[in-house]
Design a protein around this ligand. Structure first.
Ligand code: ADP
Ligand code: MG
Length: 655
């Protein structure tokens, strides 16, 4: 039964987005057609798959295609498909709201940019956020969609002029599939609004943006009559209307790379990724022999807004012998490469594979291994061939890629090869480990790093002092994931990775240019110091026993009186904080207090200790020393109020 249309309101985010679309924010309006054809193509893919899997589905799949119809009098363009269609609920879900992940985030960022009156930022945000179906409102002032889901009896009509509301009505006699009719805005070439009822225009747009769609896009066109009575050129022959397929339907990935133009790759990327910007890198590869597949993968030029959200959509579609099997296929690439988009077409898989069986499939596992290696090696060669491109890549996806250092043991070395890290070597430019190694000093046998919350904090950390003085490069690792991978990756290129906030550092050993007698003298001096400070260290150890497990002399400090270090396998303070923030129970971790024997505060402490080891003020000084060391590395005091009180008291006494 058909019904009267009822009016509904768009969800707030959709309204916001529609408002942007209606007010013409995209200069290239032609692409609305790409979006509609892309949706129709997806719908045909889904119907074919569903009817393969469900033989009971009552659907006609004999002539799957997309049709374009125009009416130049009424100024309408209709895009019709006989694909899966939508139920009424789906129309509300999919068309009345924007289900696309990251929309909320997009809307929030856009609002921020607008409030900050940052026109460039908002233009960029808008330009990069695909609006899919809603792009119809760039060229139409009214859109009506009639759809019937395969297997259902009743259809639905959805209609809107892109403002606050839309209407829904039941339709009794809707054909299976979806038909979208655009009531076109008046032509205005200055505003890039062309005549989308004109055959030549539609042909051109389809060829440019949708040629590789694997389904026929048909259009009724006017042709000179063939084989008419009067023969060729005869006026009486006139014209006739014929239905023509206007796309070549070639699956791009199955063609050889040298036959494909850059533009074709770009358009294909936009089709599979639903992204509106060009890809950063295209990776087209195939395997032949016992297990055949073709893969056309892309690295986007920007990270999606939801890169670090759980359950975000992935980008690789699986085909089997050109038949679409599933989108968002998570078994083909590991999590840390979740930003890669594209298609993989396998020749020898069963059409009945499911997500669950896929993971266990040996061929899929094999493909997975090869594709990971391929992606990593592409990034590696990008790094040598195009530094700017690589920099963009790392800026957008580096944090995700580093997750692979934890999960992908097999490719660890390859991931390290494509990774970059901030370093004391250069304030702006990150460095690769290979470059770090090439800069290592004579006698330096470890790659030094420090983890923490920010670059400034790390640069000013007391741990850094001796390294700075000796000109030793230190990697400054500030991403949360850095705290974790450094625990597991112990070396690169045979060189151990060493935290400068952990264990003992013996920077004197770094110098090879000294002769043996100088070394002996140094050792003797050190032994003497240990002896001199022995009693004070012992006493400090007891006084601070609740907070530290050991007190010792430091060789990493030049200007600070003290610092806190961990044992080689201790959890770092940042990681400790992260664990606690995640609600994990951790035993209190006691670390080591290192004091600087050359610092006046320390020598004075030693002097007063030796004068009167029972002086009550000594304990306070010890407490202050420990507190300062904690603060210097960005740690938190156990009792800040007490620290301030003691400090103020001592300062006052000194005045
Ligand atoms: P996207 O294609 O990125 O998901 P769109 O705005 O283009 O976003 O479309 C939203 C959703 O509406 C699609 O994911 C699809 O589920 C549904 N849809 C759109 N057009 C069609 C169609 N012709 N047939 C069936 N479903 C469609
Ligand atoms: Mg779409």
């Amino acid at each position: 039964m058909s019904s009267q249309p009822e009016t509904y309101e768009f969800q707030a985010e959709s309204r916001q987005l529609l408002n942007l679309v209606v007010h013409s924010i995209y200069s290239n309006k032609d692409i609305f057609l790409r979006e509609l054809i892309s949706n129709a193509s997806d719908a045909l893919d889904k119907l074919r798959l569903e009817s393969l899997l469900d033989s009971a589905l009552d659907a006609d799949t004999s002539d799957l295609h997309i049709a374009l119809e125009t009416d130049s009098e009424q100024r309408t363009l209709t895009v019709r498909d006989n694909g899966i269609g939508m139920s009424r609920d789906e129309v509300v879900q999919l068309i009345g709201t924007i289900a696309k992940s990251g929309t909320a985030e997009f809307a929030r960022k856009l609002k921020e940019a607008r409030e900050a009156q940052d026109a460039a930022a908002s233009a960029e945000l808008i330009g990069n956020f695909g609006v899919g179906f809603y792009s119809s409102f760039m060229v139409a002032d009214k859109v009506s969609l009639v759809t019937r889901r395969a297997g259902e009896a009743e259809g639905t009509r959805w209609e809107s002029s892109g403002e606050g509301t839309y209407t829904l009505a039941a339709v009794a006699d809707a054909p299976q599939g979806t038909e979208v009719t655009l009531h076109l805005k008046p032509e205005d070439t200055e505003d890039h609004l062309y005549d989308y009822t004109a055959e030549h225009k539609l042909r051109a747009v389809v060829r440019q943006h949708s040629d590789f769609i694997p389904w026929p896009v048909r259009m009724e066109t006017e042709k000179p009559k063939e084989g008419g009575e009067g023969g060729e050129g005869d006026e009486a022959g006139g014209t006739e209307r014929v239905v023509e397929t206007i796309n070549s339907m070639k699956a791009l990935w199955s063609r050889s790379a040298d036959e494909i133009t850059e533009d074709e790759y770009k358009e294909f990327y936009k089709h599979v990724s639903h992204d509106w910007t060009d890809p950063l890198e295209t990776i087209h590869t195939r395997a032949e022999g016992t297990f055949e597949y073709q893969a056309l993968l892309f690295i986007p030029s920007r990270a999606p807004l939801d890169l670090f959200q759980q359950g975000a959509r992935r980008g690789v579609n699986l085909y089997v012998k050109r038949v679409f099997i599933m989108d968002d296929c998570e078994s083909l690439l590991p999590d840390y490469l979740r930003f890669v988009k594209g298609v993989v077409d396998a020749q020898d898989l069963s059409l009945n594979v499911s997500r669950e069986t896929l993971q266990q499939d040996r061929q899929i596992q094999l493909m997975h291994r090869r594709l990971v290696k391929k992606v990593l090696s592409s990034v590696k060669s990008m790094r040598t061939k195009d530094a700017d491109k690589y920099r963009t890549f790392w800026g957008e996806f580096g944090r995700a890629v580093k997750e692979g250092l934890l999960s992908d043991y097999e490719n660890r070395e390859a991931i390290l090869e494509v990774s970059s890290f901030p370093s004391t070597h250069d304030a702006e430019e990150q460095t690769g480990l290979r470059d770090y190694v090439s800069r290592m000093k004579e006698g330096q046998d470890a790659i030094y790093y420090l983890t923490g919350e920010s670059r400034t904090r790390l640069e000013n950390s007391p741990h850094m002092e001796a390294f700075r003085e000796k000109g030793l490069e230190v990697l400054l690792l500030t991403d949360p994931v850095d705290e974790v991978w450094v625990e597991q990756v112990r070396e690169f290129d045979g060189k151990p990775l060493q935290s400068i906030a952990k264990g003992q550092v013996d920077l004197d050993g770094e110098k090879d240019d000294e002769d043996d007698s100088a070394k002996d003298a140094k050792n003797a001096e050190r032994a003497q110091r240990e002896k001199d400070f022995g009693p004070l260290l012992g006493w400090l150890g007891t006084a601070l026993a609740e907070d530290v497990k050991e007190v010792r002399l430091s060789s990493r400090l030049t200007t600070s009186p003290a610092c806190i270090v961990g044992d080689a396998d201790d959890v770092t303070p940042t990681l400790e904080k992260m664990y606690r923030a995640m609600g994990q129970e951790l035993p209190r971790i006691k670390r080591i207090l290192e004091i600087n024997p050359d610092h006046p505060l320390v020598t004075a402490l030693r002097a007063s200790y030796e004068k009167d080891s029972g002086d009550a003020a000594l304990t306070e000084t010890a407490e202050l020393l420990h507190g300062m060391a904690l603060l210097a590395e960005g740690g938190e005091l156990k009792d800040p109020a007490r620290f301030t009180r003691v400090l103020a008291g001592r300062l006052a006494a000194g005045l």
